[in-house]
Design a protein around this ligand. Structure first.
Ligand code: ADP
Length: 324
């Protein structure tokens, strides 16, 4: 390996910049060329490359988003698109890749490496924490911190006016943020995409909470909850339960931004370092992950196997106990 290409793709996540920085510096430390590919797969197809130096990544460890930009690129899903991308990499002399992104990015990277034999190591960067192969993905911890900060503020209003708030958080397929932030903020109920919570069941919980003179009531609704999001949940609850004045708050994209937490910065630095080390050791089509505080690798096919991904059932149970 002489020249490693690094790119970010799909949804951005806090910690991506810290990972880019670590990849660049580890490559340079090992006397390899390191080339930034801008806008993910789109940049590969357009030949949007730039050789990086150590100073190219100065003062980015604390920044949210990604300095390399990200893109959703439909063309890369076609054979012709990937052919053009490979030809551009060859012209540039890029002979290995570090891909930072979510499951779409991993799927593309796996396919591309299978087709053209180019070694690729992935780093999981998504706030959703929905990838196998790592206990934590980059950005998840920061997103949780952002969400609990917002809920703490909403709780002040909920308590002052005896209001019932439905707070919608990100997670179309994964309830990780909802569950974790729900526990961390002391929410009364948490609706997850992985669990069917009937409105009648939720109303029972809310009635119990009301009977116990709770000062505020927060229901966390994950984006992908089966009842159709926070507005729908509010509508249905209101029809049958009128103890409280109800409000809905959709946290939206503020959850994706912001300066990465200490945890995400250190994790990103470890992952970036190990991604390059793995490439140099000859690994390919694997993702870097952290399991039990150890950096590990997992084959991409396994990491992409959604059926193996499980919500923390222990925490689901604990969340219920905390609502006594
Ligand atoms: P994320 O990586 O956050 O899941 P996306 O699902 O948008 O985000 O995927 C990022 C990019 O990966 C897509 O825009 C596309 O270029 C590429 N990609 C996704 N799925 C495939 C696929 N099946 N084949 C080839 N490329 C893909």
């Amino acid at each position: 390996i002489k020249n490693i290409g690094v790119f970010t793709s799909g949804g951005d996540a806090p910690g991506m910049n810290a990972a880019i920085r670590a990849v660049v510096r580890t490559a340079l430390f090992n006397e390899k060329k390191i080339t930034a590919i801008y806008q993910g797969y789109q940049g590969m197809i357009e030949g949007n490359f730039c050789e990086m130096q150590s100073r190219s990544v100065s003062s980015i460890i604390q920044k949210g988003g990604t300095i390399l930009k990200s893109a959703r690129c439909l063309e890369f899903k076609t054979k012709e698109g990937r052919q053009t991308a490979f030809e551009n990499l060859q012209k540039e002399g890029i002979d290995a890749l570090v891909a930072i992104g979510g499951d779409g990015t991993f799927t593309g990277a796996n396919l591309f490496s299978l087709e053209y034999g180019i070694p690729v190591v992935c780093i999981p960067g998504t706030i959703d924490n929905d990838l196998n192969g790592s206990d934590y993905t980059l950005g998840y911890d920061t997103a949780n911190n952002t969400v609990i900060e917002a809920i703490d503020k909403i709780k002040d209003t909920a308590a002052s006016h005896s209001r019932l708030f439905f707070v919608e958080v990100m997670g179309r397929d994964s309830g990780c943020i909802a569950l974790n932030a729900g526990v961390a903020s002391g929410a009364e109920a948490i609706l997850l995409p992985e669990k069917d919570t009937a409105i009648s069941e939720l109303i029972d919980m809310l009635e119990t909470a009301a009977d116990k003179n709770k000062s505020s009531t927060i229901v966390i609704v994950a984006e992908g909850d089966k009842n159709g999001g926070a507005y729908n949940v509010e509508k249905h609850v209101k029809q049958k339960f009128d103890y409280y004045d109800t409000k809905v708050s959709i946290l939206g994209h503020l959850q994706r931004g912001g300066s990465p937490s200490s945890f995400d910065r250190v994790l990103a630095t470890k992952m970036g370092y190990h991604a390059v080390q793995e490439l140099l050791k000859g690994s390919t089509r694997v993702t870097i992950g952290i399991r039990g505080n150890k950096i590990v690798t997992t084959p991409l096919e396994e990491a992409l196997n959604k059926s193996e991904f499980k919500l923390d059932e222990d925490l689901v149970k604990i969340a219920q106990v905390m609502n006594i």
